[in-house]
Write a protein that binds this ligand. Structure first.
Ligand code: IPM
Ligand code: MG
Length: 354
């Protein structure tokens, strides 16, 4: 039986992950694929339990599992730790690097029921349907970093190898080929050497995909275009840091960051998690929106287990629940039926059946 290493982590991670697992079990009831879910400590919770954000036992389990399902890590309690020990760095970046998860996929689709939940105007966001592919194991996040004296200074090196650029860009073309055949490569080639290199590699790879329309856009312009006219985008591909910033921005095009699912892949293995954080301010209160995590479960079925039918069933169930007017607090407007985290899980499970 394929194994899923389940890492709920910190804050709302402890509440949203169990709801997603219930939905996954629900959609797979009676299916030929059965998954074994096993929990492991990670993040601040693991620091408290065993003194390290990514314990050896957890890492080994993730290496051996067919997929990893993560909630969120971090919180004020661990913010004062030295950078390499913090949950975000040690656990999240540690897992991405150790498992070689170079491709981060963040789909952004406006569901009809949520058009008015966005802070942006209906006519701007209503037809949003795009995917951001973020390079996840290179660039500023993983380049050499350090401090200097006289005068006091700090640096983070941005470095990309040809192979690193090529594999993520290729995935961009492959993704676009299966969609509306438009790929926008986002860079800062007017200033950065890494971006000029990125562009060269992208143009070379483009020769293998004549059916895909390739455009290039500077990252500052891309940020503006995403809120001006998001419909113009199909697939965006970009480096690690630009992708981090643009995906938070793009999440508002679907109503809330509480809707944004995320898959981090290395070809064989995948880690699935909501794109949002551990929200310590609402943790433990049954207030968190579990939908991004539930939708990450759908991505896991799609990318790690090739179960498109069941993935769609989850996505449709989420759509139905929202169409029926059910919302968690982050999405609620006057007149909506506000549900807690667990009750939202119940509602999606019920919608799966009917
Ligand atoms: C994300 C997060 C992480 C990142 C943080 C928590 C390290 O913001 O997954 O987008 O910057 O990659
Ligand atoms: Mg981020």
């Amino acid at each position: 039986m394929p194994k899923v290493a389940v890492l709920p982590g910190d804050g709302i991670g402890q509440e949203i992950v169990p709801q997603a697992i219930r939905v996954l079990r629900g959609v797979l009831a009676g299916a030929s694929l059965q998954l074994e879910f096993k929990e492991y400590p990670v993040g601040g919770a693991a620091i408290d339990a065993v003194g390290r954000a990514l314990p050896e036992e957890t890492l080994t389990a993730c290496r051996e599992a067919d997929a990893v399902f993560l909630g969120a890590v971090g919180g004020p309690k661990w913010d004062t730790l030295p950078a390499p020990e913090r949950p975000e760095t040690a656990a999240l970046l540690g897992l991405r690097k150790a498992l070689g998860l170079y491709a981060n996929i963040r789909p952004v689709r406006m569901l009809p029921a949520l058009v008015d939940a966005s802070t942006l105007k209906r006519e701007v966001v209503q037809n949003t349907d795009l995917v951001v592919l973020r390079e996840l194991t290179g660039g500023l996040y993983f380049g050499e970093k350090g401090r200097k004296d006289n005068p006091p200074a700090a640096y983070d090196l941005m470095l990309y190898t040809e192979g690193e650029v090529e594999r993520i860009v290729r995935l961009g073309f492959e993704t676009a080929r299966l969609r509306r055949k438009k790929l926008c490569s986002v860079d800062k080639a007017n200033v950065l050497e890494t971006s000029r290199f990125w562009r060269e590699v992208t143009l070379r790879v483009a020769a293998d995909y004549p059916e895909v329309e390739l455009t290039h856009m500077y990252v500052d312009n891309a940020a503006m275009q995403l809120v001006r006219y998001p419909e113009q985008f199909d697939v965006l591909v970009t480096e690690n840091m630009f992708g981090d910033i643009l995906t938070d921005l793009a999440s508002m095009l679907s109503g809330s960051i509480g809707m944004m699912a995320s898959a981090s892949l290395n070809g064989k293995k995948g880690l699935y998690e909501p794109a949002h954080g551990s929200a310590p301010d609402i943790a433990g209160k049954n207030l968190a929106n579990p939908l991004a995590t539930i939708l990450s479960g759908a991505l896991m079925l799609r990318y790690s287990f090739a179960r498109e039918k069941e993935a769609l069933a989850i996505e449709e169930a989420v759509g139905k629940v929202l169409d029926a007017g059910y919302r968690t607090g982050d999405l609620a407007q006057a007149g909506d039926k506000v549900l807690g985290t667990k009750e939202m899980g119940d509602a999606v499970l019920a919608a799966l059946g009917g």
